[in-house]
Design a protein around this ligand. Structure first.
Ligand code: GAR
Length: 205
């Protein structure tokens, strides 16, 4: 029996190409989910234009409008609460979520990272990979825990890294893999196929 479509809040800080890939996959019936709200911390984020095109409500919550990170995150929680999201999908959201926020959505926050975790967490992951001289890199979809890109890994994809690569050329090679991998991982999540045991993600038949 198919379960009800998951109600998803997308958090993004920028261009929103992952958000768009996921939205389109939902529209095409490839993911049993519905984007109920988009939240961004950047007032000029391109993802806002996308949300407008989709007819999905979008909210800007600026960090500088709040005295503390706790108040900022409470404001984000207040913004999404009326939409009653089942899960939160981070799609190029460039801030670390705090423990209070994460506890409220335990194992219900997914993230995409442009490297093969646990290598190269944090910012400029593609640049870190180029600098390290690794010969393969890729992307990782994972559940979010309180660490920096340390949560249980759902799915990864690999791309080659060439000696001539720059942060930008590698990022461009990884991005299409991000879109594909995030779609597959989110589809499994929305079908309730992911089980976490001792930090390892198992996929149910
Ligand atoms: C993507 O490459 C994503 O993996 C990365 O930001 C980009 C957002 O692109 N996320 C992180 O680095 C998170 N630490 P998009 O806005 O086009 O999806």
């Amino acid at each position: 029996m198919t379960s009800l479509a998951k109600k998803l809040a997308i958090f993004a800080s920028g261009r929103g190409s992952n958000a768009a890939a996921l939205y389109e996959a939902m529209q095409a019936g490839e993911i049993n989910g519905e984007v109920v709200v988009v939240v961004t911390d950047q007032q000029d984020a391109k993802v806002l234009d996308r949300a407008k095109e989709w007819g999905v409500p979008a909210h800007v919550v600026m960090r500088k409008a709040y005295a503390s990170k706790d108040e900022f995150e409470q404001a984000m929680l207040d913004v999404i609460a009326p939409y009653e999201p089942d899960a939160i999908v981070l799609a190029g959201y460039m801030r670390l979520l705090g423990p209070t926020f994460i506890a409220l959505y335990e194992n219900k926050i997914l993230n995409i990272h442009p490297a093969l975790l646990p290598s190269f967490p944090g910012l400029h992951a593609q640049g870190q990979a180029v600098k390290a001289g690794v010969k393969v890199s890729g992307c990782t979809v994972h559940f979010v825990d309180t660490g920096m890109d340390t949560g249980p890994i759902i799915m990864q994809a690999v791309v080659p890294v060439y000696a001539e690569d720059t942060e930008d050329t590698l990022a461009a090679r990884i991005l299409p893999e991000e879109h594909k991998t995030y779609k597959k991982a989110l589809a499994l999540f929305c079908d309730d196929k992911l089980v976490i045991k001792d930090h390892i993600v198992h996929i149910k038949d």
